[in-house]
Every structure is written in C-alpha cells, then in structure tokens.
Design a protein around this ligand. Structure first.
Ligand code: NAD
Length: 354
C-alpha cells in the first residue's frame, strides 16, 4: 500500500513508519513539520530504505499536501500529526487549535479533492485514518466505568478538546461527503524514542541523573498504558482491515496510578543500575502541585478491535517497561542531545499523557 503518514517524525508516527517500511510491499511517505517534538533521528533505521521518503511539510498547507497525494498516488493517509503535550496546551493553546483542528480540516479538504479524482475502484479502497486519543472521553471516576466506542465526548484540556474537534470533523467528512474514514482512540503510549518531557522517559532519565522524580498531586491519577509498538501494529490493522466509518478503541488493559508507574520504574532501575551507597531510586520521588483540569482516570475497553480485527497487545506493562528502560539505558545518543537542550530540568511537572 502507498501510505502518507503525517507526523511520522514524532513518537508514535516514527514507530508506525518503522513498522510499515519494514514491509517492502508498502511505500511510506512521511510528512512532518519538525516541531520541537519531531525528530528525524528516530527514523535512522529506515531513512535509506527505498520504500520510505521524508517530506518536510505542514498539514495546514493543503495545496502542498494535495500535490503530494497526487504525485505519490497515495492509497491511504494515516494522520498522526498533532500538538500532543497536555501541559503545553494549558500554557499556549493556540498551536493546538491551529494544527489539531485547522490542520485536520485542511488535510481533510486535500484528501477529499484527491479522493474525488480517483477512479471508482481506487476510491473504494482509499482510507483516511485519523489517529486520536482516549482523552476525548474525559474523566472517569476512580472506581468505575471504562471508555467504549459509544462513550460520549467530554474533553477537559485544550489538547483533548482540540483532538475531540478533529475527530468530529473527520466523522463529518465521512457522513457529509462520503470520504472513507476510519478512526482510532488510544490510551497512553510509552516505549523507545519517547520525548524526554513525558512521564516515563522523564522519570527514567531524572533517576539516572539523581534528580527529583516529579509526581502530580498524590500520584493517584490512573492511566491505561500501551507499548508504542503494540499501538503501531493496531494502527496497521485498523487502516488495512477497519470498517469504513467505524472507530476503534485501542488499549492494553494496563491501568496504573502515576505513583505506581514511577515506583515500578524505580524498582526496575534498582535492579538494572543500582545507585551508589545502597540508596534507592524511590527516595527521589517528589510530589508537585496538581495540573489544573487533571482527569482522574482513563481506562479503555479494547474488545471491539480485539474481536473484529483480531488485534491483541504483545507486551504486558511489566515486559514493555523493562524493554523501554533497557532502550533508554542503551541509547543515550538519541536522548542526550534533547535532554541537554532546553528541556533539561525545565519543569518539575511531568506530562502524564503517554
Ligand atoms: P508527538 O508530539 O511525539 O509527534 C507529533 C508529530 O507531529 C511531530 O513529529 C511534529 O513535528 C508533527 N507535527 C506537529 N504539527 C505539525 C503540522 N502542522 N504539520 C505536520 N507535522 C506536524 O506526538 P505522538 O505522541 O507521537 O502522538 C501522535 C498522535 O497520536 C497524535 O495525534 C496524538 O494525539 C495521538 N495519540 C497520542 C498518544 C500518546 O500517548 N502519545 C495516545 C493516543 C493518541
């Protein structure tokens, strides 16, 4: 399949590009604006593959995107480009509105123009896959409830509100114009190549540096974690086998409190890289004031994608976390330049979105 991936230099997009490009039957075009979150070194493994191409570009530039769809004869779009960091959306929501809402609108327009030009068999086969988050469903109580595909939207942060808006636009382009779309809403991701401002890499790297390990509030907020390569496999299944107009929840049945996540990382590091003087990494845990509008709990019911499309995660939280820690221990070349830049110690609060 000839696939245009937007945001392929980001955390999840790069995992998707690496997965898709490993199959010589695929042709992968990665369009990315290279914001602070875009990193081409995450694509080093595939950068010289003949079936992979990177194009620096903005999804808001619908003329350029349309030209690319035509010249590359694209058969599917996997739309991951977004502003994705919740804390940043609180400090400065404008970029979130611009890329997540206006950008998705412009991408849909380019896709629709292109799709209308296709011959009928190619038209039927074309897919616009919109990749979204479980945060659009809002806040769950600590002790009950789970997000299904029917859960009403109730976003709490500027980030999740902008993603909710983009989900609605994608559905409307299907209902109104017939564009063949599929949507997926996934829980928190973690794994290799995760930007060091996010909770799991921040905790691993701060621990190795002997710095405080920030935990919002009492650390009681619950997130449902999925290893990024399991998410990438799920996205490949959705774009190739998903039913047009449907949305699929993706998650790994791994509900953990933030404190539990941080403590588990500490305990694994105690084994893999013991601190000097018999000290424990847990001693570095520091509670910081809570984020405004901080959702208590997210939990995903992934039974639809498991039942209808046969996808299942391969990693448990424990195996995925151990792999992730091993990866950060072995790949300082990737994270050190980012970490030594303006993000090192910039904030105490860590983002708990993936
Ligand atoms: P990320 O921030 O790591 O990557 C986003 C990428 O988009 C970056 O490479 C950035 O340069 C690019 N980008 C931003 N604005 C752009 C624009 N206007 N034009 C072109 N490229 C642009 O994000 P991520 O964590 O990889 O998330 C990818 C997608 O998955 C997002 O849509 C996000 O909402 C969704 N998602 C993320 C998680 C998670 O836990 N990280 C979970 C569920 C869904």
């Amino acid at each position: 399949m000839r696939i245009l991936v937007t945001g392929g230099a980001g955390f999840i997009g790069s995992a998707v590009c690496r997965l898709l490009a490993a199959n010589p039957q695929n042709h992968v075009i990665n369009v990315d604006k290279l914001t602070y979150a875009g990193n081409l070194t995450s694509l080093r493994q595939i950068e010289n593959y003949p079936n992979y191409r990177f194009v620096e570009g903005d999804i808001c530039d619908d003329i350029a995107v349309l030209g690319l769809l035509r010249s590359e004869k694209i058969e599917a779009i996997m739309h991951l480009a977004a502003e994705s960091h919740v804390d940043r959306s609180i400090d400065g929501p404008a970029a979130f509105i611009e890329t997540n809402i206006v950008g998705t609108f412009r991408l849909l327009n380019a896709a629709l123009t292109y799709w209308r030009e296709l011959p009928s068999d190619a038209k039927n086969a074309f897919r616009f896959h919109h990749i979204s988050t479980d945060e659009v469903f809002g806040d769950l109580p600590f002790d009950s409830g789970i997000f299904t595909e029917e859960t009403p939207y109730a976003p709490s942060s500027p980030y999740s509100a902008s993603k909710a808006a983009s989900d609605h636009l994608v559905r409307a382009w299907h209902e109104t114009y017939g564009l063949p779309v599929v949507l997926s809403n996934c829980s928190n991701n973690y794994g290799p190549f995760h930007f060091p401002e996010k909770l799991i890499p921040l905790v691993i790297l701060n621990a190795l540096d002997g710095k405080p390990l920030p935990v919002y509030g009492a650390g009681a907020n619950v997130r449902d974690w999925l290893y990024v390569e399991d998410h990438a496999r799920a996205l490949e299944v959705v774009v190739t086998k998903g039913a047009v107009g449907q949305n699929y929840n993706i998650g790994g049945h791994n509900e953990k409190t933030n404190l539990n996540v941080v403590e588990t990382i500490c305990d694994i590091l105690d084994q893999k890289r013991p601190r000097k003087g018999g000290r424990r990494y847990r001693d570095l845990i520091t509670f910081v004031s809570d984020r405004p509008g901080h959702d208590r709990r997210y939990a995903i019911d992934a039974s639809k994608i498991e039942r209808d499309l046969g996808w299942k995660p391969l990693e448990t939280f424990e195996t995925g976390l151990a792999k992730t820690i091993d990866w950060y221990l072995a790949n300082e070349w990737w994270w050190e330049p980012i970490r030594s830049g303006r993000y090192a110690g910039e904030r105490l609060g860590a983002d708990v979105k993936g």
